[in-house]
Design a protein around this ligand. Structure first.
Ligand SMILES: Nc1ncnc2c1ncn2[C@@H]1O[C@H](COP(=O)(O)OP(=O)(O)OP(=O)(O)O)[C@@H](O)[C@H]1O
Length: 347
């Protein structure tokens, strides 16, 4: 927990939007303001969580994100980071404390990978030894061997490798907050999945508070601790854990977003629980084994690929029974039927 301690401020959140609003000025041809890109947004991002904003194009996701590092100045309300209203902070200082990763990263083309990653440490006046050590550490962290990559230029990297350099650069000074705008959008689906998994590992390791924007609901439910589904005007339709969003969409707009492919998402998010296990069931001695806590999708895969009716279930190293495909279906139904905990947008 690296939040600045401010008297009277609960440090469980790292970013807070208080009735934050943004109306862009209309073009010169019109005398009227455009409708609000973000209208009265109230939302907390908890310290150490990954909060994903997802929603249709133009609903205000990037505007919301950019109000945090003041690339966009709110026209109403306020945004606080670690207890402080960002409008009161020096913008350069603020941006040094907030990592920012965008699609196509924007690496400096005439600087090497190492020089790109060292951008903020150099601005902060770190000495050469400390900077070099940090660059090597970060490249290792994002899976780019320093001796192979440090001296290369961005044009000699794949899209995925460039994106990794962008993440390393954003993390150079271990910022408490990281903003990511479609960070994996330009990477092919397989590379994208790998980057998402690796980034999740890095985030867990560092405990950074992350706000990530995507229009891809699958990316949202895979990456997020909580998902905020937005509609036009930065309106939060639902704010909840990924499973909750998929199992219990709160509004028709959310239902629409998660509707297609919902069962596949439930299979990826739901876990095998002791309730799904038949304690008296028997499986062939050489039957494959699954574990309590495995993804339901993995369990179903095992059942399907081995052509068996039941597989053995282990829990804490011991055989506890068997599970069948019927039980997996029952588990899915239970997920959808379970009563939804109250979702209060913004908290
Ligand atoms: N600089 C700007 N000047 C005027 N209008 C803008 C500006 N930036 C964004 N907008 C408008 O504000 C609204 C919200 O845009 P924003 O980029 O925040 O949406 P988004 O949800 O991130 O969209 P996308 O998924 O397409 O990137 C849109 O109607 C957009 O046209």
């Amino acid at each position: 927990m690296r939040a600045v301690t401010v008297p009277g401020v609960d440090d469980e959140w790292a970013i807070r939007f208080e009735h934050a609003a943004k109306t862009y000025a209309a073009g010169s041809s019109s005398r009227r303001d455009a409708p609000a890109a973000v209208d009265e947004l109230t939302l907390d991002v908890r310290t150490g969580e990954v909060l994903v904003l997802v929603g249709p194009s133009g609903c205000g996701k990037s505007t919301t994100l950019r109000m945090v590092n003041r690339l966009v100045e709110p026209t109403g309300g306020r945004v606080l980071v670690e207890g402080r209203d960002v409008a009161t902070l020096d913008v350069v200082e603020l941006r040094r404390r907030i990592g920012y990763v965008i699609q196509n990263v924007g690496l400096f083309p005439h600087r090497t990978v190492a020089q790109n990653v060292a951008t903020v440490p150099r601005l902060l006046g770190w000495d050469r030894t400390r900077t070099r050590a940090r660059v090597a550490e970060l490249l290792e962290l994002v899976g780019l061997a320093p001796d192979r990559y440090a001296r290369r230029y961005p044009h000699a990297l794949s899209g995925g490798e460039r994106q990794r350099v962008g993440v390393a650069r954003a993390l150079a000074t271990d910022p408490p907050v990281l903003l990511m705008d479609e960070p994996f959008g330009a990477v092919d689906p397989v590379g994208r999945r790998r980057l998402q998994d690796e980034f999740a590992r890095i985030q867990r390791e560092l405990g950074t508070t992350v706000m990530l924007v995507t229009h891809d609901i699958d990316e949202a439910v895979r990456m997020a601790d909580r998902v905020a589904v937005m509609s036009l005007g930065g309106h939060v339709e639902q704010l909840a854990a990924p499973l909750e969003i998929v199992a219990h969409p709160a509004t028709p707009a959310v239902a629409d977003l998660v509707g297609r492919g919902r069962v596949a998402r439930l299979l990826a998010l739901g876990r095998l629980s002791p309730d799904d296990v038949d304690a008296h069931g028997t499986a062939a001695p050489d039957a494959p084994v699954v574990h309590v806590g495995d993804e339901l999708g993995e369990v179903l895969d095992t059942l399907a690929s081995d052509g068996v009716t039941a597989v053995a279930v282990h829990h804490d190293g011991a055989l506890v029974g068997t599970v069948t495909s019927t039980a997996v279906l029952a588990a899915l139904r239970r997920l959808v039927a379970a009563p939804a905990p109250a979702d209060v947008p913004g908290r």
